[in-house]
Design a protein around this ligand. Sequence first.
Ligand code: F6P
Length: 341
Amino acid sequence: MRIGVLTGGGDCPGLNAVIRAVVRKGVEVYGHEFVGFRNGWRGPIEGLTKPLGLDQVEDILTRGGTILGSSRTNPYKVEGGVDAIRATLADQGVDALVAIGGEDTLGVAKRLTDDGIGVVGVPKTIDNDLNATDYTFGFDTAVHIATEAIDRLRTTAESHHRALVVEVMGRHAGWIALHSGLAGGANVILTPEREFDIDQVVGWVERRFEREYAPIIVVAEGAVPKGGEAVLSHGEKDAFGHVRLGGVGNWLAEEIATRTGKESRAVVLGHVQRGGTPTAYDRVLATRFGLHAIDAVHDSDFGVMVALRGTDIVRVKLAEATAELKTVPASRYAEAEVFFG
Ligand code: F6P
């Protein structure tokens, strides 16, 4: 078989580990050939290819980003996009695709499979909000980066008797906020799943100051105060249609300072959470996903995504994986609330 590989959506530590595993097992165990498509779905639409063999995947296991490049291009939103993909695959002699991406990329993979193109999906997102898998690779790395930042911010917050607001990624789901907040011993964790009450947050902050500690507030970028949408810049889109970062974190720090009279600072971690080398956990998870994805392609089992269930890698329908986002359940949030204030 000749197999195309692409990476779509925001980059994520572990993408190269997946590509390596797919190609190593595909060539060495099954004898398949590969072609890389550049820049997500733009690659097969525009015929942008890159050689992909054993030489190209040497030394990429630990490298962040993606050697194939990425984009948020959706062929169903480009005129003639799907026909262009068909033409490229025929031209390249490609029999099947491995698409590594999040909800958008895999949503396209599902529709293409319905339209007769064989695709196997691999779940990627630092946000961990993909349905039907316990974890996505990239999440562990992002949580490690955010936790280290919280640890460092705590010592400077304590020295200056300041409240420190740490804004982490997560537009629709608060997994990074929850896990890094728990790991870093945050005094307040705010997630998009539940509107927060600013009076209650201020109460927790004051309690912390009364006990002579500096409060650390971890907030997901998509968290919204009750009835407060109008005051936030969060949700505004830039010229490229991307959501701006930093709205809720900066707003919270100002609000805390005004209401408590204590100095407050906001730190927006932003894309640093997606950069650099993956953790050992993410390298192993990404590698296992890659090995199982090429098995599915070899079996011509299309329209599936590889997924982690417990400690096993299984195949689930792309339809199930993209049906809804996996958000933080109320019970998980309640566990963290014990530590607030
Ligand atoms: O990959 C998901 C994500 O990290 C979100 O948490 C974040 O809102 C978004 O990507 C920002 O990505 P970009 O600036 O690349 O559009």
